[in-house]
Design a protein around this ligand. Structure first.
Ligand code: BES
Ligand code: ZN
Length: 902
């Protein structure tokens, strides 16, 4: 890759007047723009971004000067720029650059693209023209300075068929039918605030809407495909409340007179925060009270709160460059929870944060191929690669840690001054630290830079000794590595860690709080009674793992069983032990024993984390039928109490978390082959299809999976039929994911073809990836999905090359490999038939089989580069290695433990 350069600053834009005229049948567009620019120093070139558009003519008119036509216009796909060269120098001052161009309404879900829908009557296929400009695709819709820090104002005009509606960031100022073409109307929008290009949006299509307003009169609308407007009611009410909330929290009012949300049928991301016109995938926004699950409702609330928070953090104050993407995203991920906690206290959303967001960050960041939160970003394709759990999840986790460290009041004060100071401008990570350091008087910058500039996080080993009435805890920090192998050059890495300790005598109160700023630290806890448990990292706020001495750990165990240890601390303890197992610091039977202590657990959040561990073990053991059967029996037993407490029928007045827990438990029992659960699911499905009883939406995912696993042709076709008939994307998604769990290899192949059906008539392009991933996550589907991926590489690349979906696909489809069948055969054979003296040879041959598998993945990606997935591939290879080591270390002891248990 050639070295990447940012645009020269010799010429910068002040105001764009852009007119776009999409043709919704030929799927092309034409456009023209007058950009008022400032020439900052004499030059005879103007360089700006443009990609896959044809510039048909251009001119430059200096203020008070005569119009100049460029000598040449050179466009480069490589640098994604166009350079206009003039025969004479343009001198300092202002002027207007006029450009005429044409482009394609593409099917790649980026830039100015098409989205398919059925017309109101007649079920004719039509296209809407919509945009997705983040991170760097505004340049595909109009030539411009497409960098986040280069802000300007925009006046947008859309010329569209008279029977279509249009939307943009601001309100309409005028609308007129063209005199020379009465089938076309010209819609002009009012000038935007000073903003970045990636936040612009234009939409042309047919939509219905519902409307409401915030307390101070900002008009809020949710647009949905024709006929679905009422499904926008929930998001509408969340949006109005969220704007009220942030107005108050940041002490700065939302600056636009309106806020529109729109559900798009084809959409690459989950949601995008365009200023005043936030776009969503249909599933992310629309709620059908009869058919949407509680989980989906909760997820909509979080998504809306996330995008609304960007209106301040991101839109008003923008990251200076993509290197600071984490700041936008990590912050919004933090804010979404803060806001939803206020709007829906019954969700106990901060508890869910830990299993949903915090733990996945720790999982990825334990790899050697992880990356620091802040990474230098050059070429646009690199942005996609940091659209990951580090930027979002770890980013939010370090902000949550900081929020706790300085307290809400001072945090808020600092935020207010940061946002005020940088409004309508851009900022860097450092600027935020400066503001928060000033408001709090704490060493924010020093603490935070250890978390954002270094990859990974520490594991703290703790031992204890008595000193009269006190206990002295001795802490040592060291970088945590998933494979347990700390590279020499990282052995001295240190973090500044806010440490908290809780104790049995008052579990909900933090007993000691200190900042650990060296490799080791002794902490004195006064008046500790014999056998009193002590635990670090209250509520998993600190981004670290803890490795307790056996004595400390054994004191903690009873507090799990009697639940005197608070839920997030039970969860944290379990998760830490699991991570230590994975890294080889302790053995898998230890964590299985610990899991036993959770048989009486009743908290959804805790189960959610345990479920993640069960899923991981299920993947790991999936090649060995015998051990897998034993493990399933273990799992069924572990879940049995909770299953009998909750059953299948929603209990009137039950908590939101119990509703979520029921779905989780049933789903897991289905994975673990629980026959009574599976047959109950089949009964429900039959009566659902017969129309006599509707499956509660919260249980549909589980039921569809249960009936799909061993289905016959009839059931398979019924699932497909339900899929085609449903109009709700959420339901389609559940059905397609259900289908993805079929066991029979012919049907697996059918599902994969269905996922990638061309033309895209069955599964929308943005949903295909998830279906393929889901197949890849099943035992029988894994190898088939990998083969399918390799065979369809060209189509996959064509569809997704410039987005983030491809990275997700690569990750999930490869990272769970732990062995190929051959490897397993060999291993099982030699486990069952030991030949004394050949142990080393067997190990070596396992290694080489493993190497050939790693080689397969590696070679494929070397020969077939998918830009932007390079790091993901490395991470997957590393995860495979971790899986293999883990399995070869512990398979026997797991077998022995489970056999004894059964
Ligand atoms: N701004 C992002 C989407 C984005 C980021 C697009 C970078 C292109 C490049 C948006 O706010 C976002 O974070 N969307 C998430 C969902 C959100 C609720 C976490 C997504 O689409 O996955
Ligand atoms: Zn975001």
């Amino acid at each position: 890759m050639t070295s990447f350069k940012r645009l020269p600053s010799t010429v910068t834009p002040i105001h764009y007047s852009i007119t776009l005229r999409p043709n919704l049948t030929s799927l092309t567009f034409s456009g023209s723009e007058d950009i008022e620019v400032r020439i900052n120093s004499d030059t005879n070139e103007i360089v700006l971004n443009s990609l896959e558009i044809d510039i048909t003519s251009a001119s430059f008119t200096p203020q008070n000067g005569k119009k100049l036509t460029p000598l040449r216009i050179q466009s480069s796909d490589e640098t994604e720029t166009s350079c206009f060269t003039f025969s004479e120098p343009l001198t300092s001052g202002t002027g207007v650059l006029s450009i005429q161009f044409t482009g394609i309404l593409n099917d790649k879900l980026i830039g100015f693209y098409r989205s398919k829908y059925q017309s109101r009557e007649g079920r004719e296929e039509r296209y809407a023209a919509v945009t997705q400009f983040a991170a760097t695709d505004a340049r595909r819709a109009f030539p411009g300075w497409d960098e986040p820090a280069i802000k300007a104002t925009f006046a947008v005009t859309l010329e569209v068929p008279i029977d279509r509606m249009t939307l943009s960031n601001t309100d309409v100022v005028s609308e007129e039918v063209l005199e020379d073409d009465p089938r076309v109307k010209r819609v002009k929008y009012s000038t935007t605030p000073l903003m970045s290009t990636y936040l612009l949006a234009f939409i042309v299509g047919e939509f219905d809407f519902v409307e409401s307003a915030t307390t101070d009169g900002v008009r809020v609308r949710v647009y949905a495909p024709v006929g679905k407007a009422s499904q926008g009611e929930f998001a509408l009410s969340v949006t109005a409340k969220a704007i009220n909330y942030y107005n108050d929290y940041f002490g700065i009012s939302y600056p636009l007179p309106k806020m529109d949300l729109i559900a798009l049928s084809d959409f690459a991301y989950w949601a995008m925060e365009n200023w005043g016109l936030v776009t969503y995938r249909e599933t992310a926004l629309l709620m059908d009270p009869k058919n949407s699950s509680s989980m989906s409702k909760q997820s909509t609330a979080l998504t809306v709160a996330h995008e609304v928070s960007h209106q301040w953090f991101g839109n008003l104050v923008t990251m200076e460059w993509w290197t600071h993407l984490w700041l936008n995203e990590g912050f919004a991920k933090f804010m979404e929870y803060l806001c939803v906690d206020q709007l829906f206290p019954e969700y106990q959303i901060w508890m869910q944060y830990v299993s949903q967001t915090f733990l996945p960050a720790l999982q990825l960041d334990a790899l050697h191929n992880s990356h620091p939160i802040e990474v230098p970003i050059g070429h646009p394709s690199e942005v996609n690669e940091i659209f990951d759990e580090i930027s979002y999840n770890k980013g939010s986790a370090v902000i949550r840690m900081l929020h706790r460290f300085i307290g809400d009041e001072l945090f808020r004060k600092g935020m207010h001054s940061y946002l005020s100071l940088h409004s309508y401008k851009s900022a860097k990570t450092e600027d935020l630290w400066t503001a928060l350091q000033e408001s709090s008087n704490k060493p924010v910058r020093d603490v935070m830079s250890t978390w954002t500039l270094q990859k990974g996080y520490p594991v703290i080993s703790v031992t204890s000794r008595r000193d009269k009435d006190s206990v002295i805890l001795s802490l040592t920090q060291e970088k945590f590595c998933a494979d347990g192998k700390l590279p020499a050059n990282e052995s001295t890495t240190r973090w500044l860690i806010p440490i908290s300790v809780i104790r049995a005598s008052d579990p909900n109160q933090i007993a000691v709080e200190v900042l650990m700023d060296s490799k080791t630290l002794d902490i004195e806890v006064p008046n500790v009674s014999t056998n009193e448990w002590l635990k670090l990292n209250a509520s998993c706020v600190g981004v670290y793992r803890v490795n307790y001495s056996p004595e400390l750990l054994s004191l903690l165990l009873p507090s799990i069983v009697d639940k005197t240890l608070p839920p997030l601390d039970r969860l944290g303890l379990q998760s830490d032990v699991f991570a230590l197992v994975q890294s080889g610091r302790t053995s898998t039977p230890e964590v299985l024993k610990l899991m036993d202590a959770f048989a009486n657990e009743d908290d959804y959040t805790v189960w959610n984390a345990i479920d993640g561990c069960l899923a991981k073990l299920n993947q790991l053991l999936s090649h060995n039928s015998e051990v897998l059967q034993l493990f399933h029996a273990f799992g069924r037993q572990l879940l049995s109490k909770t299953y009998s407490r909750l059953g299948w029928q929603p209990i009137k007045g039950e908590t939101h978390l119990d509703t979520l827990l029921r779905g989780l438990v049933i789903n897991r029992l289905i994975s673990f082959g629980d026959q009574s659960v599976i047959s109950e699911a089949k009964n429900l499905f039959d009566s659902h299809c017969a129309g006599s009883h509707v499956i509660p939406p919260d249980l549909r995912s589980a039921v569809y999976r249960a009936v799909a696993i061993d289905c016959n042709d009839k059931t398979f076709d019924t699932l497909l039929k339900l899929y085609r008939e449903s109009d709700l994307h959420e339901e389609k998604r559940r059905l397609s994911l259900g289908l993805a769990s079929v066991k029979d290899s012919n049907r697996i192949a059918k599902v994969l073809d269905f996922a990638l059906s061309v033309p895209i008539s069955d599964v929308r392009s943005n949903e295909s990836v998830l279906v393929i991933i889901s197949v890849g996550l099943t035992r029988n589907g894994r190898d088939i999905a990998w083969k399918f991926f390799k065979e369809n590489k060209d189509e996959l690349r064509r569809r997704y090359e410039s987005g983030t979906l491809i990275g997700r696909l690569v990750k999930h489809i490869t990272e769970n490999f732990c062995t190929e069948d051959t490897l397993q055969d060999v291993q099982t054979f030699f486990t069952e038939n030991a030949f004394p003296g050949t142990e080393r040879t067997v190990k070596q041959s396992l290694e080489s089989i493993l190497d050939s598998l790693l080689q397969d993945v590696q070679t494929f990606f070397t020969e077939n580069a998918f830009p932007g997935t390079e790091r993901t591939v490395k991470q997957s290879l590393e995860s495979i290695r971790v899986n293999i080591d883990w399995l070869s270390r512990d398979l026997q002891s797991i077998h022995a433990f489970l056999t004894k248990r059964s």
